[in-house]
Ligand binder design. Structure first.
Ligand code: XBP
Ligand code: MG
Length: 232
């Protein structure tokens, strides 16, 4: 029996990466005088590393940026988060199709709803306030985000943390994800998972996922395409 749905944020609730996070990273780099710009394909490669601070560290290690202390990365990332919040406050990132309907129907049906994301809490709060609506701060029973667990997705920790907080079992919880790393995290935590792909994630490996769709969509949308269902 389905009792709980845990939502990923970036790429699942909204397409926040290309026009949100990526742009905010570049604004922070420019402001701090770093000669680095993450273009759309480069950012796609960097997305295999979850977490913004971890992503900057990874780019440094592969020679994309000059070396920096962890404290400098943290400072740069804090500025990135501020820029991201401002972009979101402009209302420029809408929810993906079907997201609001699914959330409202599940909430009305008494299903426990939560968030499990690698994103910084301040970035999540901005998206809830400006794209979802502030009433969702109370409607989500848990907002599990960012550094609250040391090991980010694809590790199962953030899902395990959210389930612990809620007192729900993996067997009655469904994860909604958009990426290979997110799906692996949900799978490792023992959850069922539906994947909704986007331009950055559609070619990633979701082998074993319960269902992979092009979008959640609206009930009458001809656009929803079932992409791959290894369980048949
Ligand atoms: C996506 C991520 C995040 C964002 C950037 O997480 O990996 O790191 O790209 O956010 P999810 P921060 O899909 O699990 O929500 O810079 O705040 O880390
Ligand atoms: Mg995601």
């Amino acid at each position: 029996e389905l009792k709980c749905i845990l939502w990923d944020v970036d790429g699942t609730l909204a397409d926040t990466e290309r026009d949100g996070h990526r742009v905010a990273f570049n604004m922070a780099f420019d402001e701090a005088g770093h000669a680095r710009e993450w273009d759309v394909p480069t950012y796609g490669e960097l997305l295999k590393v979850t977490g913004g601070k971890e992503r900057i560290r990874f780019d440094i290690e592969r020679g994309g940026m000059a070396d920096m202390a962890d404290t400098a990365i943290a400072g740069l990332h804090a500025r990135k988060t501020a820029h991201y919040q401002a972009l979101i406050a402009e209302g420029r990132i809408p929810l993906r199709p079907g997201v609001r309907r699914l959330l409202e129907e599940a909430y009305a049906a008494g299903i426990t709803l939560g968030v499990a994301t690698t994103t910084t809490p301040a970035a999540l709060d901005a998206l809830i306030e400006h794209s979802l609506g502030a009433e969702w701060f109370d409607r989500f029973a848990v907002l599990a985000a960012g550094d609250i667990v040391p090991a980010k997705k694809p590790a199962p920790d953030i899902y395990q943390y959210a389930m612990e907080q809620l007192g729900v079992e993996a067997a009655s919880t469904l994860a909604l994800e958009d990426s290979g790393n997110g799906w692996k995290s949900a799978q490792a935590a023992g959850l069922k998972c539906i994947v909704t792909v986007n331009d950055y994630t559609r070619d990633q490996d979701f082998n074993g996922a319960d269902l992979v769709v092009s979008e959640f969509g609206e009930p009458d949308a001809a656009a929803i395409e079932v992409l791959d269902n290894p369980h048949g």
